[in-house]
Design a protein around this ligand. Structure first.
Ligand code: URA
Length: 239
């Protein structure tokens, strides 16, 4: 049993304040009856809920897009730093959420946070080859030789071989590149550029599979993913 307002927030109906207003104004029905109690204990498995006459299709799991800021770690707990879970908006917080994949502490951009372990496994599995796209600002110019090395597959100093990666130079700045990789080795993008003698000064993930970071989502903010957004990640290849 869960509070009605909490259930509606978890389903992306609105913020805590917004759904409480909806409930109090009689817009929410439980099993056909108007329910104006924001803390009514509802059983999501058996109660049928409607909001403004529309049936609520309860989703067991949540899928959140975060525009991760620099300075927070992609973990559920940390003794020193704030985590991406710590900075979730109160109305999105619920038990069992974790980041599906890692971005370095100083990396910004698209991070998926969910409580659906199976989905996380699907989008992270190296076998799925889901492409991740990054914008990287470097301390020097990207040359055709760098692009060639990325295409051939960078080899780290310890002999680890990366799969072929895409690298495009930004139209307005030769020190900025768009990198596409389909694996997730530790510090991968930074290490790939380091092999080419370049230092990453700023890194932001801008897409996973066919899902792009929402340009209207401010740094540090979150939004719930739709089913379409979710399926876009899994379509994998960007090009
Ligand atoms: N590659 C990196 O080096 N860092 C990230 O955060 C992601 C990819």
């Amino acid at each position: 049993m869960e509070r009605l307002d909490k259930v509606l927030v978890s389903q992306g109906i609105g913020s805590r304040k917004e759904v409480q207003k909806l409930i109090k104004s009689g817009e929410v029905r439980v099993n056909g009856e108007v329910c104006k109690k924001i803390d009514y204990k509802t059983d999501v498995n058996s109660d049928s809920l409607t909001v403004k006459g529309q049936a609520l299709n309860y989703q067991k799991y949540v899928y959140i897009m975060m525009n991760k800021p620099a300075g927070v770690v992609s973990a559920t707990e940390d003794n020193l730093d704030k985590t991406v879970i710590d900075i979730l908006p109160a109305e999105m917080k619920r038990k069992g959420l974790f980041p599906a994949g890692r971005l370095d502490k100083d990396t910004e951009g698209l991070l998926i946070i969910t409580d659906d372990g199976e989905f996380a496994h699907q989008i992270l599995s190296p076998r799925k080859h889901i492409e991740k796209r990054y914008l990287a600002r470097l301390d020097g110019k990207i040359t055709p030789d760098t692009i060639k090395k990325f295409e051939e597959g960078i080899i780290f100093a310890d002999g680890t071989k990366c799969q072929p990666a895409g690298l495009e130079i930004s139209e307005d700045d030769e020190k900025t590149g768009i990198v596409t990789i389909c694996e997730g080795k530790f510090h991968q993008v930074k290490k790939m550029f380091a092999v080419c003698g370049l230092k990453v000064e700023y890194l932001k993930r801008i897409a996973m599979g066919g899902l792009e970071l929402d340009v209207k989502l401010p740094i540090g903010s979150c939004k719930l993913l739709t089913n379409l957004d979710k399926s876009l990640i899994l379509v994998g290849k960007l090009h």
